[in-house]
Design a protein around this ligand. Structure first.
Ligand SMILES: [Zn+2]
Length: 554
């Protein structure tokens, strides 16, 4: 199965460049006589010095000096560069036969990017070479059949293959219903299961586990994929044919996919009904009377997830700063932050070169951030502070016009990408909760707001309003071409280490509408590249504000 790549690729924090293998370098004479420098760089692929390159080798608009990326080359230029690095490859009529030469620098992703036109096709390339190990080995033969070879090289592959699904354009409820229709239920010697026929281009990892269960942790998703493969009688998970019947044990299914008659499905339907009954709260185009608390996850001692040269804390903090700036400039919403980086303040930064080492939760007095583990104090102080700010607002303001947004980024399997929005599932929010002094800190807000309680109705309405808001956000992201998670981008629970839970920061938050946004998957190379660009972070922040305005428009 394509989704099962070496875990090491994304579990090792990819921050430190020192451990990266050195590039392979070449000098070659281009047609016309210019001596051209080329290099093959870890994770980045082929780069070429532009100055001596024949014009016909550059793509339209490519720079005439400096290092060009592979995608900045014309098809003739790409073909030439591949020839320089891999002169032994055989370009046959029906396939390209590629021999791995630099095992440290090559990967199925890189081969897919160069030969098929897109790295995301790596799982198809793996399926076409089922005997090859997940980590490339020097001397191994990788075959790129004509149907996977990019049209630029005479193949028939165009862009990302088999990625879009008919469900992609539906709203959340319809999409989940469409996924449910693809299941049938049965029973065998090992118990009850839901059966699914794998469609073309789908992988166990993404199309089964990520979609039909509440697991997102890459290691746990892998484990469950293996368990499901074994249950389905699949011997080689790396080459599963379309049409193969997959059996998912019912105990692993997420609520919307539980069998008819189950309590979980009943609750799921109650929430959907509540969503349909829930009126939107209007604050007008300038968001007058809307109280917003913005939280940027992690910070200071805790950089959060990291991969591909990006780390969670500063990148989500910068997006939060941009959201804050746009809201303050363009709206009348009252905005507060839960966290501040003392050396930076609320400044927007275009360049994020190293993790910022100090951050404080804006309680009275401020509390130095001590992380986001369940035992950390600051993770709880975030909702304590938010509830305190909201309580003083509610004395004169409209309680329905309260919004809490927590920004994070996750580290999923590298094939997954895009935004995922968590809402607090009503079933996983306790009716009352009091934060004990041992897990709190000596701050004024603890005395006033360390206890929280919700009626059953409040929990249901909270989930419904937050789902409506999440839908508005995703619509705005889609319109602004911000990538969205392919399966179920709105989720109300996480399953990890045998437990189902809602992140504490939204679980105990008293805002009427509250979401935790995983802005991108840092382990996905394209998501990481996007985040590195300040222009993308700005576009992201603009889309987020558009989503807020669309939702609270009268
Ligand atoms: Zn996080």
């Amino acid at each position: 199965m394509g989704g099962m790549r070496a875990l090491s690729l994304f579990l090792i924090p990819g921050l430190i460049a020192a451990a990266d293998p050195l590039p392979a370098e070449r000098r070659a004479t281009a047609p016309g006589g210019g001596m051209v420098q080329l290099r093959l760089v870890f994770r980045k692929g082929i780069q070429i010095e532009s100055a001596q390159l024949p014009k016909a080798f550059r793509a339209q608009g490519a720079a005439k000096a400096g290092w060009l990326a592979f995608d900045d080359l014309s098809k003739e230029g790409k073909r030439w560069a591949l020839q320089v690095f891999w002169p032994e490859d055989e370009w046959r009529e029906e396939e390209v036969r590629h021999w791995v030469k630099w095992a440290d620098l090559e990967s199925p992703w890189l081969l897919a990017a160069m030969f098929t036109g897109h790295g995301q096709n790596y799982n198809l390339l793996e399926s076409a070479n089922p005997k090859n190990p997940e980590k490339v080995v020097a001397g191994d033969l990788w075959r790129i059949p004509k149907n996977l070879l990019s049209v630029e090289f005479g193949g028939t592959a165009k862009g990302i293959l088999d990625r879009s699904q008919p469900e992609d354009d539906l709203n959340d409820e319809e999409r989940v219903a469409a996924y449910r229709k693809l299941l049938s239920f049965g029973q065998d010697g090992s118990g009850a299961y839901a059966a699914y026929r794998l469609r073309k281009g789908e992988a166990l990892y993404s199309s089964i586990v990520m979609r039909y269960t509440d697991r997102v942790d890459p290691r746990e998703v892998n484990q469950l994929a293996l368990l499901i493969a074994a249950r389905s009688g699949i011997e080689d998970v790396r080459s599963i044919h379309p049409g193969t019947l997959i059996r998912i044990p019912v105990e692993h299914l997420a609520d919307p996919f539980q069998p008819e008659g189950s309590q979980a499905l009943k609750e799921e339907r109650e929430v959907r009904e509540e969503v349909r009954r829930t009126p939107r709260v209007g604050a007008g185009p300038r968001l007058k009377g809307l109280r917003i608390v913005l939280d940027a996850g992690h910070g200071g001692v805790d950089i959060g997830a990291s991969s591909n040269g990006v780390w969670e804390s500063d990148f989500v903090y910068d997006i939060a700063m941009r959201v804050r700036r746009i809201l303050e400039q363009d709206t009348e919403a009252i905005v507060s932050m839960t966290i501040r980086y003392p050396g930076i303040g609320f400044k927007v930064r275009d360049v994020l070169s190293t993790p910022t080492r100090s951050a404080e939760i804006l309680t009275t007095p401020p509390f130095a951030n001590d992380g986001e583990s369940p035992s950390a104090v600051s993770v709880n102080l975030r909702w304590v502070l938010a509830n305190d700010l909201l309580a003083s607002f509610k004395k004169t303001g409209d309680a329905k016009k309260t919004l809490f947004i927590s920004l994070h980024a996750d580290s999923l399997h590298p094939s997954a990408r895009g935004v995922m929005v968590y809402v607090a599932g009503a079933a996983n929010v306790p009716a009352t909760y009091a934060l004990g002094a041992a897990r709190g800190a000596r701050v004024a807000e603890m005395k006033r707001s360390s206890r929280v309680s919700f009626t059953a109705k409040e929990r249901l309405q909270g989930e419904a309003r937050s789902r409506l808001f999440a839908e508005a956000l995703l619509t705005a992201f889609k319109a602004e071409k911000v990538p969205i998670h392919a399966n179920r981008p709105i989720r109300n629970v996480i399953h990890r280490s045998g437990k189902s839970f809602v992140p504490a920061v939204i679980r105990h938050c008293a805002a009427s509408t509250k979401v935790l946004i995983e802005v991108a998957n840092l382990a996905n190379e394209e998501d990481a590249e996007n985040l590195k660009s300040h222009a993308f972070r700005e576009r992201y922040a603009e889309a987020l504000v558009k989503g807020i305005r669309a939702h609270f428009r009268q």
